[in-house]
Design a protein around this ligand. Structure first.
Ligand code: IMP
Ligand code: MG
Length: 169
């Protein structure tokens, strides 16, 4: 399959640095419990954290949603976080928000663990596709309805290690 570049590696780098700067400012003097949503957000979360000036605690969670059950939005928790987030300042880091179902589930799930605060940062948002009303605090890129790969995002597990974001042609 041929991949056409959609967002260059340099554009991503600059945007990630800008987001990290904003986050550093908003969380000044605080410790951030960064919850990386596997597998897609892995690349973004690491680069973001490397550019944040406050101390970052890494946590990983893995969830999967099944397209065959899209109408009900049944979501599976494959791997849970390994420490308590009670009273902590939590930042969920996602690769992409499409319908918003995954994030909506995740947000409720993590709020039940009583963090002091909970914010959401996503590299990509496809607002036009949203079916649930979920507010996002930091957005890297707002894109139209396209299926993209690279920089952590996959197509059947392929293309995650592309340094840029592309569209399959
Ligand atoms: P949502 O629950 O519909 O918001 O789905 C979010 C999940 O769908 C993401 O975490 C991705 O795994 C997947 N996804 C949605 N759009 C794309 C895309 O354009 N490329 C790759 N994965 C996508
Ligand atoms: Mg994902």
């Amino acid at each position: 399959m041929k991949i056409k570049e959609y967002i260059s590696a340099d554009t991503i780098k600059k945007r990630v640095e800008a987001l990290a700067k904003l986050i550093s400012k908003d969380y000044k003097g605080k410790e951030i419990y960064l919850i990386c949503v596997l597998k897609g957000a892995s690349v973004f979360a690491v680069e973001l954290a490397l550019n944040i000036e406050e101390n970052v605690i890494f946590e990983f969670i893995e969830i999967s949603s099944y397209s065959s059950t899209e109408s009900t939005g049944i979501i599976n928790l494959n791997k849970d976080i390994s420490s308590s987030i009670e009273g902590k300042d939590v930042l969920i880091v996602e690769d992409i928000i499409d319908s918003g179902r995954t994030l909506s589930y995740l947000k409720d799930y993590l709020l039940s663990r009583k963090p002091n605060s909970l914010k959401i940062c996503t590299l990509i948002s496809k607002s036009a596709r949203r079916v649930t009303d979920v507010s996002v605090d930091y957005v890297g890129f707002e894109i139209e309805d396209k299926f993209i790969v690279g920089y952590g995002l996959d197509y059947n597990e392929d293309y995650r290690n592309l340094s840029y974001i592309g569209v399959i042609e």
